[in-house]
Design a protein around this ligand. Structure first.
Ligand SMILES: NC(=O)c1ccc[n+]([C@@H]2O[C@H](COP(=O)([O-])OP(=O)(O)OC[C@H]3O[C@@H](n4cnc5c(N)ncnc54)[C@H](OP(=O)(O)O)[C@@H]3O)[C@@H](O)[C@H]2O)c1
Length: 385
């Protein structure tokens, strides 16, 4: 790979996006922005574009595009819409795409990068949850390298490196347990959005923070791991680890377990996805084990976190279940943020949508979108009968 590595950043204005820019600015000779892509946040996009001076800025929202028009520094091309996001992901000048949009909205542009054979840093887990089979097949065909950015999957990636894949017996993702790990489930009925978003260890976007509180994030991550590491349902598990220092473990048939440890800061997996060898400084604090709290682990209580019971059926089932789980969760998560349903209704709603979903294989992107739309419709009906 020759330097600088030219990057398209999908979801530039988000939590992963801004952390990626932090890493890029630390290593200006290694990384250069080709394109920044976001949806609506015009003010932040303007600030970021002034900092990293990409060749192209894309706002997928038309109103945001219009209000940014004429305000970017000279020499930066402004484009609008999801088609433009796909184009800058597949552009010949691009070496790597950081996929950090939130939700299944990120799928078309990320898939465009995969089809074009780019190196893809994958934060947008919903891509694999909704279209894992299609996505991984496309990567195999084009030769695109998909490197996980989710901290747990980046940890698994590192613990698998250089080892015989057939010797793996278990992949164990850790979960902080979110802000309500020790709360009496009966007290969760009237949780506010602010309480659900306040994650104890990680600073993240609203959707994923709420997903962490419901543990739906871990459910999505287990499905993501199934596709990334070609793992079967019985090879995948999760365990609560409140300190978020051990990010994942891989167990081998000789009983040896390899873990990856780091302070909880997304710049560590981000920099690893951007360049694994030689390693680059990430800016995260050093891990001083003698000064951290003891590292604890506990089994996940499925009564407290019913999302973990739901995902077992999804992992063992066909692709339609994962699409429905993701779509229903996106709608229910947003409905909670909009004050339409309570915190405990999120997973309950997803469970009701899954009950109405036919367990069937899904072979094409058209079928994915059809099922996604149908699941969203059913979820809306449940939320507002
Ligand atoms: N944050 C973390 O620590 C973390 C860790 C692991 C994995 N992830 C995953 O990384 C992804 C991003 O998470 P995040 O926390 O960075 O999210 P976030 O802070 O909410 O940012 C989301 C980004 O996506 C853009 N976006 C939203 N809707 C869009 C649409 N319809 N079309 C195009 N762009 C859209 C947003 O643009 P505007 O802001 O301009 O509207 C923003 O740039 C998610 O899939 C999440 O699960 C995040």
């Amino acid at each position: 790979m020759s330097y600088p590595i030219n990057i398209t950043l999908l979801g530039a204005t988000g939590s992963i996006g801004t952390n990626t820019i932090d890493v890029m600015l630390r290593h200006p000779t290694q990384f250069q922005a080709y394109a920044l892509v976001a949806h609506r946040n015009v003010d932040l996009m303007l600030e970021l574009a002034q900092k990293v001076k990409p060749q192209v800025v894309v706002m997928t929202d038309e109103v945001a595009y219009q209000s940014l028009k004429g305000n970017l520094p000279s020499g930066i091309r402004l484009e609008c819409g999801m088609d433009a996001a796909e184009a800058v992901s597949a552009a010949a000048d691009v070496d790597m795409v950081m996929a950090a949009m939130v939700g299944s909205a990120g799928l078309p542009a990320t898939l465009a990068a995969v089809h074009a054979g780019k190196r893809v840093g994958l934060a947008n887990k919903e891509c694999l949850v909704t279209a894992g089979r299609i996505f991984m097949r496309a990567a195999k065909e084009s030769g695109a390298e998909v490197v996980p950015v989710d901290s747990e999957h980046a940890a698994v990636h590192q613990a698998l490196a250089g080892h015989d894949r057939d010797s793996v017996t278990r992949i164990i993702l850790t979960a902080s347990g979110g802000p309500f790990r020790d709360r009496d489930p009966a007290s969760l009925k009237h949780i506010s959005v602010a309480e659900a978003v306040a994650h104890p260890n990680w600073s993240m976007g609203a959707k994923i923070s709420i997903d962490s509180a419901t543990m739906m994030n871990k459910a999505l991550e287990l499905i993501e791991a199934k596709w990334l590491f070609d793992a079967s349902a019985d090879q995948l598990s999760a365990i609560i680890h409140p300190q978020s220092i051990v990010h994942a473990m891989v167990e081998y048939c000789d009983g040896s377990v390899l873990a990856q440890l780091a302070m909880p800061d997304m710049r560590s997996p981000i920099v690893y996805a951007m360049q694994a060898e030689p390693r680059l400084e990430s800016g995260i604090p050093w891990l001083e084990l003698a000064q951290t709290q003891p590292l604890e682990f506990q089994a996940i209580d499925e009564k407290r976190f019913p999302s973990m019971a739901l995902v077992k059926d999804v992992l063992a089932g066909e692709d339609s279940l994962a699409i429905a789980l993701n779509a229903a969760n996106e709608v229910a998560n947003q409905a909670f943020q909009d004050g339409k349903i309570g915190f405990m209704d999120i997973v309950d709603t997803v469970a009701r949508v899954l009950e109405k979903t036919v367990n069937q294989p899904v072979a094409t992107l058209e079928e994915v979108w059809q099922l996604d739309a149908e699941s969203r419709r059913i979820t809306e009906e449940i939320i507002i009968p």
